[in-house]
Every structure is written in structure tokens, then in C-alpha cells.
Design a protein around this ligand. Structure first.
Ligand code: HSE
Length: 366
């Protein structure tokens, strides 16, 4: 029976993964040992093979596992991965963090898109599998079918990313910002809409507005910068798009995907507005068929106001596994330009689900 060591099961990605594993009955047929960096010896969550938490820094204990599954973050991976491998451990390291994504011996996992590549690498002895950046995974879940058809020249993606992608503390701060504005608004009974707008703007700019974690007012605003700067004015989040998409698909070079990544005050879903340049004039119904052929979770939303507002918003897609694509139309720039808008839950297909499914692939292969 495959013995799994699960580290980082309490954080946002880890707890969503744990819930999904329970929902899918994944604990049957595997032995899961829960590890902790902060509370070894404490009580393990239900479903584990042992009632007590193991020490996540105990290399010998980790080395006793066939698979180490980490949602603990990049710092932990940096601290432990090399030391564990140095013992000669050749188990599977399965990780949500970005630390190992660019290693030559690592494979990025998104099996509805690159299942063949994953199985090929597995058969070839690959032992390090890593979940890709959430925005990239969601983009490929949305338009992977079109890319696979060989019709895409390049993609411009303008993102609207949920605060959960920035971590639990920032999500909590967004809630405080919303409450702050709500309380300010509640004091303005009888005020005109212009007065309300001005008072809320003043509140956002006031020193008392809670911005310690996020660094700026986000509630009722948008932050057009995610992660640190890299070269050419890009942010690292923007740089990842082409680089990681290429690695997921096993391409020898980055794909031509670029745009501006923005943080918005959505909670769980990342949305992306796309301009897709096709390499020839393809009728829209064929574009739609190619999109639908991508995987079982992509769903098209009719390009009408009613369907868009009902089905194509972060509020309506959160907590579902569907990756929706709508606003599909030919853009006025020319017949090879197609516009689309896509929304998906960044904690599910953007993080936990590819790892959960990789665990199933490992179980089947064992
Ligand atoms: N980098 C993403 C974000 C997190 O900031 O939204 C998901 O990988």
C-alpha cells in the first residue's frame, strides 16, 4: 500500500486538498501519515494512518514514505527536499510550491492537459512532480483544446486574480477592509451617491484603513501588480504564464502568452480576459468544439448578458470544478482574433485538484 506523508494539510491549499480527498474516497487503498512543522505529536486529522502528527523536519521519518506531498510552501521545500534526496531517498515528491518547477528533473502536473506527458515521465523514472501556477493551470484547462489543435499563435491574458491566491492572511485582511468600508457606508444614511463615493474613497486612503498584509486598499479597488518584478517590466506572475505553460505541455520553449496580472477583491476564483490570435481564420463553432474537446471540466457560457452574469463570475464559479469560458467572439482587430473570458476556482484546478489526481496516478502506477 502506497505510504504518503502529507505536509501542509492545514493551509488553504492543503485543507481544500484534504476535503477533496475525503469527497472522492481517496483514503481507501493508501496509507496517509500527517506531518507538521509546528505541532509534531499533536492530533492528526481524521483519515490518517496514525493518530499523531509526525515531525515534518524528521528526514528519516519522511524517508519512510513512498510519496511526500507538500502544500507547506516554498520555504519548507527549500529546507527539506535537498536533504531528503541526499539520503538516497527516491520516493515521489509532490509539491504545490513553485520552488522546484523549473528543475530539469521535475514534471508539472495538470493531467487533463498533460496526462500523456506525466505518464511518460513517470515511466522514465521522474520522481518530482509539481503543481503549476494557478493562473497558468486555469488558462490551460480553459483553452488547452485550442492550443492542442495547433491553431494558437499567441494569447494575451489580462487577469483578475482572487485574494486567496495571495494567502490566508491577506484574505483575512480583505475581509477587514470590506468591513471597514461597510461600517463607513452604514454611517452615511441619507447621503447622496456622490457623497458616499467620496467618503468611501477617503476611508480607503485614510491611515486607519487596514493594509498591513496586502500593502494597499483592495476592497472596491484593483491592484495591477502580483509578485515581484522580473526583467522587461514584467512581474513574476506574468513571466510564469508562457514559461510554465510551455513546461506543462512539454514544449522546448515558452509559449507566447503574456499580459497584465491584477489582484481583485474576488475570493476564490481567478478570471482572465483573453485575446487569442489564431494562426488562421477558423469559424467560431470550430473554435468552440476545440475548446470543449480540451477536457471534461471546461464549459462554454453563451455570449449573452443573462448567461454571462448568471454563470461567468467568480461568485458563481467558486467551489466548483468547472472551468468556464464565455464572452467568446471574434474581435474587431481581424478574423484571426478571438476574445474570451474564463473563470475557474484557483484553489481547485489552480492548486489542489492536479495534486489530488497525481496522487491517484501514482497509486495506480504502484
Ligand atoms: N500566484 C498566484 C496568485 C497563486 O498570486 O494568485 C496561485 O499559484
Amino acid at each position: 500500500m502506497l505510504k504518503i506523508g502529507f505536509v501542509g494539510w492545514r493551509g488553504m491549499v492543503g485543507s481544500v486538498l484534504l476535503d477533496r480527498m475525503r469527497d472522492e474516497g481517496d483514503f481507501a487503498g493508501i496509507e496517509v501519515h500527517f506531518f507538521s512543522t509546528s505541532n509534531p505529536g499533536g492530533a492528526a486529522p481524521e483519515g490518517g494512518a496514525n493518530a499523531r502528527l509526525r515531525d515534518a523536519r524528521d528526514i528519516r521519518s519522511l524517508a519512510g514514505c513512498d510519496v511526500v506531498l507538500s502544500c507547506q510552501g516554498g520555504g519548507y521545500t527549500t529546507e527539506v527536499f535537498g536533504e531528503l534526496r541526499a539520503t538516497g531517498w527516491d520516493g515521489y515528491w509532490l509539491d504545490a510550491a513553485s520552488t522546484l518547477r523549473l528543475r530539469g528533473d521535475a514534471t508539472l502536473v495538470l493531467d487533463p492537459v498533460n496526462g500523456d506527458l506525466i505518464r511518460e515521465r513517470l515511466a522514465g523514472g521522474c520522481r518530482t512532480f509539481v503543481g503549476a501556477n494557478c493562473t497558468v493551470s486555469l488558462l490551460l484547462m480553459a483553452i488547452g483544446g485550442l492550443i492542442r489543435a495547433g491553431w494558437v499563435d499567441w494569447v494575451s491574458t489580462m487577469t483578475y486574480q482572487a485574494i486567496s491566491g495571495a494567502g490566508a492572511r491577506r484574505l483575512a485582511e480583505l475581509a477587514r477592509q470590506v468591513r471597514h468600508l461597510g461600517e463607513c457606508g452604514a454611517r452615511l444614511r441619507g447621503a447622496s451617491s456622490v457623497e458616499i463615493g467620496a467618503a468611501l474613497t477617503d476611508a480607503q486612503r485614510d491611515e486607519s484603513f487596514p493594509t498591513e498584509e496586502i500593502g494597499a486598499p483592495l476592497a472596491c479597488s484593483v491592484l495591477p501588480w502580483i509578485d515581484r518584478a522580473v526583467e522587461n517590466g514584467q512581474t513574476r506572475e506574468e513571466w510564469k504564464a508562457g514559461v510554465e505553460a510551455g513546461r506543462i505541455l512539454g514544449a522546448s520553449a515558452p509559449l507566447k502568452i503574456d499580459g497584465i496580472c491584477c489582484r481583485i477583491d474576488a475570493l476564490r476564483c481567478h478570471a482572465q480576459a483573453l485575446c487569442i490570435r489564431l494562426n488562421r481564420d477558423i469559424p467560431l463553432p470550430e473554435v468552440e468544439s476545440a475548446l470543449l474537446s480540451g477536457n471534461d471540466w471546461v464549459r462554454l457560457v453563451e455570449n449573452t448578458q443573462a448567461a454571462t452574469l448568471r454563470e461567468l463570475t467568480p461568485a458563481m464559479v467558486a467551489n466548483t470544478l468547472e472551468v468556464r469560458v464565455g464572452r467568446l467572439r471574434r474581435l474587431s482587430m481581424g478574423r484571426r482574433y478571438v476574445g474570451a473570458f474564463t473563470v475557474g476556482d484557483q484553489l481547485l484546478w489552480g492548486a489542489a485538484e492536479p495534486l489530488r489526481r497525481m496522487l491517484s496516478i501514482l497509486r495506480e502506477a504502484a
